[in-house]
Design a binder for this molecule. Sequence first.
Ligand code: GDP
Ligand code: MN
Length: 388
Amino acid sequence: MKIHEFQAKELFKKYGVPIPRGKAAFSVDEAKAIAAELGVFPVVVKAQIHAGGRGKGGGVKLAKNAAEVDQYASSILGMTLVTHQTGPEGRLVKKLLVEEGLPIEKELYLSMLPDRATATIIVMGSEAGGMDIEEVAAKTPEKIIKVNVDPLLGFQGYQAREMAYGLNMEPEVVKQFIPMLNKLFKLFVEYDCSLLEINPLVITSDKRVIALDAKVNFDDNALFRHKDIQEYRDLDEEDPFEVEASKYDLNYIKMPGGSVGNMVNGAGLAMATMDIIQQAGASPANFLDVGGGANAQQVENGFRIILSDPAVKGVFINIFGGILRCDILAEGVVEAAKKVDVKVPVVIRMEGTNVDKGRQILEASGLNLITAKDLTDAAQKVAAIVKG
Ligand code: GDP
Ligand code: MN
């Protein structure tokens, strides 16, 4: 799960990690009031969306006076911000962060993330801060310093010093940076983070070390033990189909550009299904794993969500009946088809437990369903449909 910068900074504050003074604003008037409260200029007006690269896209502005706060807040709120992370459709800005502007002497990069290959937490730093880190990694990998932290041993003093000296910090900066690293690492572990990134981490002209930006992602599977993080969820930032699917514990991911809606049981079979759709010359509109142990109601909801997507021109239901028996699946499909208007052709490939009973239910329903004899046949049929 992703959260906003202003929420990540609330967590930083809780752990004693220095952040600029500031507050979130939901209207131009609020932004002006916060700027007045801060009592200094310049003030930074920042778009709050779940994507980076806002600065380059025009979503971060430095206001020198109250009139500019008004001007920037008005232009950023309600704008469709396009960055390299939002895709060409961009993201509507509904929230701002208004902060004191700081005199920056140096911009650094700092991040933490789990590394599955070594089963450690990687702490990464670079003097090339404020820039796109992927670009730094590709062009000048030597500018990135990495330490691997064993989760059982914890973050060691020598590792923190290795990072600080690797970033060429002066002693008075090191003194602030090392406790800060320890606090961030504690936050990372305690909150089951999947990513923590500060770009830039700045050293101000009066030698203070401050997190100017903040990005924190969480492991969804651990969210049940972090009620406070659940409260941070912002449905405005999520795909509406994915939000709907998450209500029924369906593993659904929207695939932009595709036209074949597909419903499959089991993640592996779902991946294979997406591959054969591609091989047949069409593109999947979604990934949907209804789960091995799905019930008729989940099948019904999955089918309904697929059909509500206007990009879907044909549906491919591919089920191997194991724990989810074919008759249960068939009941779910028939129930859903009764409730929603099925405007597009539906191809079904079904094998496994109770397959004959399942086929009987589908046939008796009188629905216009196309049955396929095997996977290849099904993929070719659905591809032919969406290609018109
Ligand atoms: P991002 O583009 O989405 O990563 O947003 P950032 O929070 O990183 O802001 C982009 C850039 O705006 C930073 O790299 C800074 O150069 C600049 N910026 C942000 N806050 C301040 C500030 O307080 N003072 C100054 N001088 N520049 C700032
Ligand atoms: Mn940034």
